[in-house]
Design a protein. Structure first.
Length: 95
């Protein structure tokens, strides 16, 4: 199972988003989260994206936002959504 975790400081607020590579995420959610972070009020926000396949953070952000400036705030966790063991790994990843 692929696991990519950027070296991030621990943030006060973390969003775990299932389906980070989906159409809703790339068209609506990631652009909205970018705007929220750019307000300056949420500098301590990090995003943990859950995906069923391997994803490169910079490629994902470049394709959905046209830039990869948020790469330092985004981590990707790949898992099999039907595997109970993967949820335990996700719990450890988020902690």
């Amino acid at each position: 199972m692929f696991l990519q975790r950027c070296i991030l400081k621990r943030y006060e607020n973390e969003i775990t988003y299932f389906g980070i590579t989906g159409d809703l995420s790339t068209r609506k959610l990631l652009p909205a989260l970018k705007e929220i972070i750019n307000t300056g009020d949420f500098n301590d926000l990090s995003i943990i994206g859950v995906s069923r396949r391997e994803v490169d953070v910079k490629d994902l952000l470049q394709s959905s936002l046209g830039e990869s400036d948020l790469a330092s705030k985004v981590s990707i966790f790949s898992m099999d959504l039907a595997a109970a063991d993967d949820y335990a790994r996700l719990k450890d990843f988020v902690a």
